[in-house]
Design a protein. Sequence first.
Lengths: 282, 293
Amino acid sequence: MVENRPWLTVMSHAVLITGILVISFPLYVTFVASTHTLDDILKVPMPLLPGHRLWENYWQALTAGTSKDVTAPVGRMMFNSLVMALVITFGKIAISIIASFAIVYFRFPLRNFFFWMIFVTLMLPVEVRIIPTFKVVSDLGMINSYVGLTLPLIASATATFLFRQFFLTVPEELAEAARIDGAGPMRFFWDVVLPLSKTSIAALFVIQFIYGWNQYLWPLLITTDESMYTAVIGIKRMIVTGDALTEWNLVMATAVLALLPPALVVLLMQRWFVKGLVETEK
Amino acid sequence: MEKRVVFRSAWLPYALVAPQIAVTIVFFFWPAVQAGWYSFQLQDAFGERTQFVGLANFAALFRDSNYLHSFQITAFFSMMVAGSGIAISLLLAAMADRVIRGALAYRTLLIWPYAVASAVAGVLWLFLFAPSIGIITFALRSIGINWDWVLQGNQAMLLVVIAATWKQISYNFLFFVAGLQSIPKSLIEAAAIDGAGPGRRFWTIVLPLLSPTAFFLLVVNIVYAFFDTFGVIDATTQGGPAGATQILVYKVYYDGVKAADLGGSSAQSVILMVIVIALTVVQFRYIERKVQY
């Protein structure tokens, strides 16, 4: 703060509070809607204070789904989302860290070629190669399986880059000392590189968990069986054309359930989240 | 930059890169090559016979007024999302930078929308703007605006722009806050001593120094609007009404999955890949420049 201007400070707070209120409004309405009966919501205008159906709605969504369109329980979908998010996160981190370890700490023919191969995948998001990727996965018989949900999304140029950048900043003396002491490359990896990478791993974990949990297009294509839906797909399938036919109270309860885990990860690991966001973009 | 000290092994490095390379080949290169291959082919309605047609699929696309319209819509959509997202988050970040008390609380309350899946973000706004039961629809009707995005294309566009922007504000906000913090305080103080008020300082010092961040965010936001908003569109308007919100990515999906036009959809995929590569190159040139600073 350069000089004291009380009015400007008041205005700053006012703008921020307004911004937060506007940004949080959809979440608030969603929460309110998830605590009412469907009849209450369909009355125009719907109530703006929480109702008394909180447990009933969430319990029904979690254990039984909606009564008409999606009969799979949301609890099952959340489990699928969790599996998908965790497998993608740990898979990405694992294969990227060893690949960048090889690229940084070894000299071998085709090293640069491999590096560029990984680099190019940055330019090919799933969205632009939907149909052929789907064909490959269905030819491999991976439709409606956890393998099909996760494996195609596991390659990650961003994580490989992040680890490469980080390994390049690790002092040379560490590798030298390890070699003099007679440690082989894998020993060096487990005892030196991995412990040093903890913060990068934590930052990547937050970003990739959100990425995995929030995947939409891929599970939409790959899951046709209700018991394999992820929570995000489940919500979409619960909405029927025509406002009045959708069981909005249950849809909204599911929406809250689906956004809670990634939101908690962001809020509880905020420091790593900010670090991960800034670093993966460099 | 290279390491001086390296390990030696004839097989270990290959074993270490193998998983990453295998996944990359099977799920990235192979499909990308196939997309290129399909884009030169025409399939009959039952997928039994294919015929090599050269560039006919591309030619057909550029004659198709729907496809050209989809291009315009995508350009408009991404400009709106990037422009409004950057403007709103710059305002919030500039205010947050002034505030000392409660700074962490403000940040926490502003960043959570990043964690919301784009499809879920779409559903939240869909509910607020639902033509018959939405609470905002009710408010708009009571002041005399006839809100029904199911019938009116520009309202549908507004809905998806709002939902897509809402989700992206937190991302932009964090980058602007970081950018503002990296501006040397001495510059601001010097300007203040010379008698420049807060507004003047913002326009003549802060904003020019923030322009690299803003440019970076512009590229990132355009990429976001091009590709990551698929969930928003699919959960709300599904490209409608009458193609008013059918952005390019949605059209690839629609033509390939719903309309089963393999050749046309693959040709669109190839065009999209060219666009992503162009955007990535722009982004990297910019980052190289930043490194030299």
